[in-house]
Design a protein around this ligand. Structure first.
Ligand SMILES: NC(=O)c1ccc[n+]([C@@H]2O[C@H](COP(=O)([O-])OP(=O)(O)OC[C@H]3O[C@@H](n4cnc5c(N)ncnc54)[C@H](OP(=O)(O)O)[C@@H]3O)[C@@H](O)[C@H]2O)c1
Length: 284
């Protein structure tokens, strides 16, 4: 029996594998990757590496074994039909008779187009009969803190979220929840709504940036259309730009405030404060 993590060379996957290695021997962990070269460090630490692509069903033949616990990390190829890609993993998991398939989804109330693939994957998973856990991950702090250069340059946070709030958490927090599910018992057929302990507004985020940089950084609310235009002007393909602006609309409606407490409960500790993520990003 193995704990199998797909997307293991992605940002979230790396946190998950790292935290798994604190809990279980490396030989019990399988990292599913597209490029074995990117996982050489993990192989060197004794993690089993399996090379597979969500778009190539045959690469998943025989990859899982009966009794495995699998984390399916959602892909990032928005234009390639992610539901079909994820179904490849679900079908392989069913054929093998895995004990659990956990999926990194999106918050239940999220109506933005970005959530469509997650709802489709959830349906496929529930319909498969495979024991599942839905890890409905809220927003990452890093969505904001990893891209501070233009904010610092212009002294402004731009968003189309009005006065909406978002309870983001760090990728490491979501990884901790996934590791609890993968290494623990009693998570079969459960849905967790995961988000940070504190919901913040973009005005508060700008104020925190001002406090930590000692410079005036303001929140500049814009319309979704203006944000779409600015993002596509900066080189983001138009459909993606519209999708990102759609998320801000959802934030304004309160759809990314998660108050279930599931994340800190599963992680066994409070979630990482936004201020900490800002401080870490400013140090880089
Ligand atoms: N909650 C949020 O705020 C938020 C924000 C952004 C994204 N997400 C979702 O959460 C996922 C994980 O986040 P992240 O930050 O770790 O994203 P990431 O760094 O972009 O990682 C995505 C992972 O998916 C793998 N992948 C993509 N297409 C694949 C395919 N066809 N076959 C096999 N593997 C494939 C990538 O493989 P490689 O390592 O080979 O590239 C990578 O490991 C994202 O993919 C996205 O669905 C959530």
């Amino acid at each position: 029996m193995s704990i199998v993590v797909t997307g293991a060379t992605g940002h979230l996957g790396r946190h998950v594998v790292e935290q798994l290695l604190d809990r279980v021997p490396a030989e019990q962990v399988t990292a599913v990757v597209r490029d074995a070269g990117k996982a050489a460090d993990l192989a060197g630490r004794g993690v089993r590496i399996a090379v597979a692509d969500y778009s190539a069903p045959e690469t998943f033949d025989g990859l899982f074994a009966a009794g495995d616990k699998v984390l399916l990390i959602s892909g990032n190829e928005f234009d390639k039909g992610r539901v079909g890609q994820h179904r490849v993993v679900i079908d392989a998991a069913r054929a093998a008779g895995v004990a659990l398939l956990a999926y990194t989804s999106a918050p239940g109330p999220l109506s933005a187009a970005l959530a469509d693939d997650h709802r489709g994957t959830e349906q496929a998973l529930l319909g498969s009969g495979v024991p599942y856990t839905l890890l409905r991950n809220g927003w990452y702090h890093e969505n904001y803190t990893e891209n501070l250069a233009p904010v610092l340059e212009h002294g402004a946070v731009l968003a189309a979220a009005g006065e909406g709030r978002v309870s983001s958490a760090s990728r490491a927090d979501y990884a901790a929840a996934a590791v609890t599910v993968l290494t623990g018992e009693g998570h079969e057929n459960r849905t967790y709504e995961l988000g940070g302990d504190v919901a913040w507004s973009f005005a508060e985020y700008a104020a925190e940036l001002s406090r930590q940089t000692g410079r005036e950084i303001v929140y500049n609310p814009v319309t979704p259309e203006a944000l779409t235009g600015m993002l596509s002007g900066a080189g983001v393909p138009e459909p993606m730009a519209a999708m990102f602006a759609g998320v801000d609309v959802s934030i304004e409606k309160g759809e990314l405030v998660v108050d279930s407490g599931d994340l800190s409960r599963l992680a066994g500790r409070p979630t990482t404060p936004l201020a900490e993520a800002v401080a870490a990003a400013l140090k880089d």
